[in-house]
Design a binder for this molecule. Structure first.
Ligand SMILES: Nc1ncnc2c1ncn2[C@@H]1O[C@H](COP(=O)(O)OP(=O)(O)OP(=O)(O)O)[C@@H](O)[C@H]1O
Ligand SMILES: [Mg+2]
Length: 367
């Protein structure tokens, strides 16, 4: 356990930060983000959504046009990149190919003029941390992509930075290596306790690695939450769709009942939900979001109150994936839905098929 780093773990407080480029384009619209000390935060979004812009602004490589950034208790908005004590890892490893693994890791310590004995001790600690102690004297050019990226992570950590920032560090690796390196990175992060900000456009990676994920689109953070909250409680259609399969049903109207519940009318029937008052004001375009695993197929239309009124559907397609099936069903108007279930839950051919869902899993989103 790297106690010194753990004690020094800093949080990050991005407050109302805007980044406007020379051509007038806002790479980042007014953005706020609080990252807990010692946590692993991922910026997730499609290409051009502003992930790198936000990361580079935290690093001090870009200057915000307005707003402030604090690392720990210190306002760093005007501090240059060298004064922020940050370790970086980028997509292209940026290692020195002619140097050995140990020399690459030692390099930042030489720059900071550490005495040789201290350098050697620290390099050995890092080699153990990245699990490459036997590769110390090998040229980095001889290592696999995943190993090279571990060296890059080790080099970023050697000077005991307060933060670790990584911009798509696994972009150049194949799927298997990505999974391996992802697991290694999370392990390293947890052992050192270093606050980490990670950029990716891979949802699965973001979910596996992160304590919290910021979903970005169009230079904005749309939602910032734990992976489970994002998946089960997306706050927008974009977030719902970006984080896996989602069935969307348009809401036609909302009607507050005397019991405090709200009758949500959709093109496919009505459900009674307990909703916060705030959502009632958002008249315009609400949708219900349901994950395929929230949908239930029935052989008859009888359900209890915990389930939405069943809709008559036809099975269009069954995809058998072993432990589960993905069934595509369509209803009268032609709208299709995805249902995830086990094969035994699919009604046998010849019987009527009805679709319902647990009312408790209904989520409403706007915009
Ligand atoms: N120096 C610049 N001048 C003008 N526009 C820029 C500049 N740098 C980035 N942009 C624009 O800002 C937006 C956000 O860019 P950014 O690099 O942050 O996206 P990203 O989410 O990291 O995308 P990717 O996944 O492709 O790396 C893009 O539309 C990009 O074209
Ligand atoms: Mg980028």
């Amino acid at each position: 356990m790297d106690k010194k780093t753990k004690e020094r773990a800093n949080g990050i407080d991005v407050k109302d930060v805007e980044v406007r480029f020379a051509n007038g384009y806002f790479g980042l619209k007014k953005t706020s983000l609080v990252i807990e000390p010692g946590s692993f935060c991922t910026l997730l979004g499609p290409s051009g959504s502003g992930k790198t812009t936000l990361l580079r602004t935290i690093a001090g490589l870009l200057t915000p046009s307005s707003g402030s950034i604090a690392i720990g208790a210190k306002d760093v908005t005007r501090l240059p990149v060298q004064a922020r004590n940050i370790g970086f890892v980028f997509q292209n490893y940026a290692l020195f190919p002619h140097m050995s693994v140990a020399q690459n890791i030692e390099y930042p310590l030489k720059l900071h003029k550490w005495p040789q004995a201290d350098r050697q001790r620290r390099v050995k600690e890092i080699l153990d941390l990245i699990e490459l102690p036997h590769a110390a004297d090998r040229a980095v050019g001889e290592l696999s992509g995943g190993q090279q990226q571990r060296v890059a992570i080790g080099r970023a950590l050697v000077y005991r930075p307060g933060l670790l920032l990584l911009d798509e560090p696994m972009g150049a690796l194949d799927r298997r290596l990505r999974q391996q390196l992802g697991a290694d990175l999370r392990e390293i992060q947890q052992r050192t306790g270093i606050t980490t900000v990670y950029v990716t456009h891979d949802q699965e990676e973001a979910f596996i690695l992160s304590d919290k994920v910021a979903i970005m689109d169009g230079g904005e953070i749309l939602q910032y939450d734990t992976p489970a909250e994002l998946y089960f409680r997306p706050n927008s259609r974009f977030a719902a769709r970006f984080l896996g399969e989602a069935n969307l049903i348009d809401v036609l109207s909302l009607e507050r009942g005397a019991d405090g519940r709200t009758l949500v009318r959709t093109s496919l029937g009505s459900v009674s939900l307990s909703l916060p008052r705030s959502i009632l004001k958002q008249d315009s375009s609400l949708s219900i979001v349901l994950r395929p695993e929230d949908m239930i197929l029935l052989g008859s239309n009888t359900v209890d109150e915990a389930h939405a009124p069943p809709i008559r559907v036809h099975i269009e397609k069954e995809l058998f994936l072993g432990s589960r099936c993905i069934v595509t069903v369509s209803e009268q108007s032609g709208a299709t839905f995805l249902v995830e279930c086990s094969q035994s839950q699919i009604p046998p051919s010849g019987v009527e098929v009805w679709l319902t869902w647990k009312v408790a899993s209904t989520v409403l989103v706007d915009h």
